[in-house]
Design a protein around this ligand. Structure first.
Ligand code: NAP
Length: 293
């Protein structure tokens, strides 16, 4: 079994990005700038945004965090998005999900200018992804593709089962794995909560990508010997032995599954750092596009 090390891989990507930022500065251009909008005080969301800001600092990007009260109305948030769309000093921005219940996430996603949608969530970018056109690919599936690419994991002709069909992970992941690219060219099955014989479906996977948000759902008896297993799941569970009071648990029973796999990711240091690296790649791309247009 080989661990797919997202931390090491993302460090390499950050180095590459920092070099590109230096080149932009040498050409007399400004550094890329990412803004993050955080609505409310959800602990996990604050943590994610904090990490994204630190990543920006590390590679030489500018960053802005916009903190809005948990009672912010939909109209107030849409007005802030219109401001960010119009402001030239920002290349890309994200609105950290989930949002409070009074705000319709879909309306928010639709309001973001596609050229600044570095999360790759808006219809134009999702459509371009499906058509194989240049786009901002949603950060988590893009990070997984990059991990497979850098570890030279063979995917062509393999049966890939993607467990979970969300708009931001499962569905774009399935599209990417089925495309005529490397990695890609896999035969893809999307499984979800209504899939029958889920255990058998998972057992048929050469590559199993799990994004359901159910702790340790995938057990050893669901994994084919030699399979590649990518665990996207990240659920906070209380843990009084930790200073933070919680720990993250993945969707895969890592301890019992790992010895059956050819490659596997762990909940910590796997997909998470790759997702953050992808956001930086998208922001750099947004900046380069804007400076070339
Ligand atoms: P989501 O929007 O809640 O979607 C979950 C998907 O899993 C749905 O398609 C659902 O099926 C399916 N599902 C739920 N229970 C199932 C079951 N028992 N059997 C089969 N399928 C089941 O979740 P998401 O946003 O894709 O996130 C999934 C997980 O990945 C979460 O733990 C999240 O925190 C994590 N995540 C991690 C990163 C990272 O960077 N590491 C990034 C994004 C997400 P239905 O469609 O039928 O309801």
């Amino acid at each position: 079994m080989q661990l797919l090390d997202g931390t090491a891989c993302s460090q390499q990507i950050r180095k590459e990005i920092a070099t590109e930022v230096e080149a932009l500065i040498t050409q007399g251009k400004r550094a890329p700038h990412l803004a993050a909008v955080l609505v409310g005080d959800d602990g996990a969301s604050q943590n994610y945004v904090g990490m994204k800001v630190r990543d920006c600092e590390e590679v030489g990007f500018g960053s802005t965090t916009i903190r809005l009260d948990a009672n912010t109305t939909e109209d107030e948030l849409l007005a802030k998005i219109a401001e960010l769309n119009a402001y030239d000093g920002i290349d890309g921005f994200i609105v950290q999900l989930p949002l409070p219940p009074q705000i319709d996430e879909n309306k928010v996603i639709l309001a973001i200018d596609p050229s600044k949608d570095v999360d790759g969530f808006c219809p134009e970018n999702v459509g371009n992804l499906s058509l194989g056109l240049p786009t901002f690919i949603s950060a988590t599936p893009n990070g997984i593709m990059e991990l497979l690419r850098r570890y030279k994991v063979e995917t062509e002709g393999k049966h890939c089962v993607v467990l979970g069909r969300s708009n931001i992970v499962g569905t774009p992941m399935a599209v990417l794995m089925s495309r005529n690219t490397n990695p890609g060219n896999a035969t893809v099955t999307i499984a979800h909560s209504r899939t029958k014989n889920l255990k058998e479906v998972c057992l048929s996977a050469d590559i199993l990508i799990v994004a359901i948000g159910k702790t340790e759902f995938v057990t050893a008896d669901m994994v084919k010997p030699g399979a590649v297993v990518i665990d996207v799941g990240q659920t906070r569970v209380p843990d009084s032995s930790r200073k933070s009071g919680f720990r993250n648990v993945g969707d895969v029973d890592f301890e019992n599954v790992k010895d059956k796999c050819s490659y596997i990711t762990y909940v910590t240091g796997g997909v998470g750092p790759m997702t953050r690296a992808s956001l930086l790649q998208n922001t750099l791309k947004a900046c380069q596009r804007r400076s070339n247009s």
